[in-house]
Ligand binder design. Structure first.
Ligand SMILES: Cc1ncc(COP(=O)(O)O)c(C=O)c1O
Length: 342
């Protein structure tokens, strides 16, 4: 029995029918394993269409794998990764980056976004053998708090990173949501902005289980095939992973699904934003609404609607929309919020 469709996570949504159809279509006889199949070649070509001719994509199973592989590939064991305290890398990967031997340096930010001014004070004791050396800035797009970095902010970070001997990684679990929200192509937030490598997310945007490490500077891809295998992220029947990414990127599915999810978050924010007893805490720029309301109200709503409390201390909740969130659900939920608060 499935749970009621709600606002818990875009990960709770199912698989987009066009993706499911692509998986079924790939289920045709035998094909070479480990990526030497036509679906994987096609997916690779799609990534180059979106991210430019130097892009090299490595499909993986999940976002944690993509992130950990990415930051490991960009660093030496004595180098660190700077990220927001709220970054998935920091709070939701069970220490996997640290298990891979990479130190994270976390920065408090009010809205999940980093700026060069946040990172600059960490550029100290460079060349001092006693101190782990900052090497990568990792940003999340859209952020864990539902905010978005515009292209010039990403470019500013990349420029600063490169001028200071660092690299820029993007956790793009929701890169499609950010690009759809800004009305820009995927490369405007990555390749064209000077990003060095990204974790490209598919799962939250209607794919069953496919993400990709996309390395945008060829020299950084050295040895990556071996790294992926060692990290147990190499699919043998890769065609089924690649077919999903191909389906997402071939036409406008990536954009359509993400834009819909974003529009549903906007609709929800507009409907509940002015209610007494409720305060929206973050700019609603992608597919999440963060709000504070009384814990009793939250408990009553959760009896009917799945969603998470984001911060037990403040009573902040997170309402996420997905590619399949219907406007009727948003309106019914908003009406329930209003009723509970009245
Ligand atoms: C910002 C972000 N990065 C990465 C991930 C990937 O996580 P997983 O390893 O569960 O696919 C998620 C999933 O919630 C996420 O929200």
């Amino acid at each position: 029995m499935s749970e009621r469709r709600g606002f818990a996570s875009d990960n709770h949504a199912g698989v987009h029918p066009e993706v499911m159809a692509a998986i079924a279509a790939a289920n045709d006889g035998h094909a070479a394993a480990y990526g030497a199949d036509p679906w994987s070649a096609r997916a690779q070509a799609r990534f180059r269409e979106h991210f430019g001719p130097a892009a090299r994509a490595f499909p993986v199973f999940n976002g944690t794998g993509a992130n950990v592989l990415c930051v490991s590939a960009l660093t030496q064991p004595w180098e660190s990764v700077v990220c927001a305290r709220s970054a998935h890398l920091n709070v939701d990967e069970c220490g996997a980056p640290e298990r891979a031997g990479r130190k994270l340096i976390v920065i408090d930010t009010p809205d999940g976004r980093l700026t060069p001014e946040h990172v600059a004070p960490l550029r100290v004791r460079i060349g001092d053998e006693h101190v782990v050396q900052p090497r990568v800035i990792s940003i999340t797009q859209s952020t864990e708090l539902g905010t978005v970095y515009p292209p010039d902010s990403v470019a500013g970070l990349a420029e600063w990173a490169h001028a200071n001997g660092m690299l820029l990684h993007v956790d793009g679990a929701r890169l499609c949501n950010a690009a759809a929200a800004l009305g820009v192509p995927l490369r405007a937030l990555t390749t064209d902005a000077g990003v060095d490598a990204l974790s490209f997310g598919g799962t939250k945007n209607g794919v069953m289980g496919a993400e990709a490490v996309v390395i945008l500077r060829e020299e950084l891809a050295d040895g990556f095939l071996y790294r992926r295998k060692q990290a147990m992220q190499l699919a043998s029947k890769m065609r089924f992973v690649s077919a999903q990414l191909d389906a997402l990127l071939a036409g406008d599915l990536w954009q359509r699904s993400a834009a819909h999810a974003n529009a549903m978050a906007r609709r929800l924010a507009d409907a509940v934003g002015g209610l007494p007893g409720l305060r929206i805490t973050q700019p609603v720029e992608a597919n999440a609404v963060f709000a504070v309301l009384a814990p009793e109200a939250t408990e009553r709503l959760q009896q009917d609607w799945p969603f998470y409390v984001w911060d037990d201390n403040t009573g902040e909740v997170r309402w996420m929309t997905a590619w399949d969130t219907p406007p009727e659900d948003v309106d019914a939920f908003a009406a329930d919020v209003a009723a509970v608060l009245s």
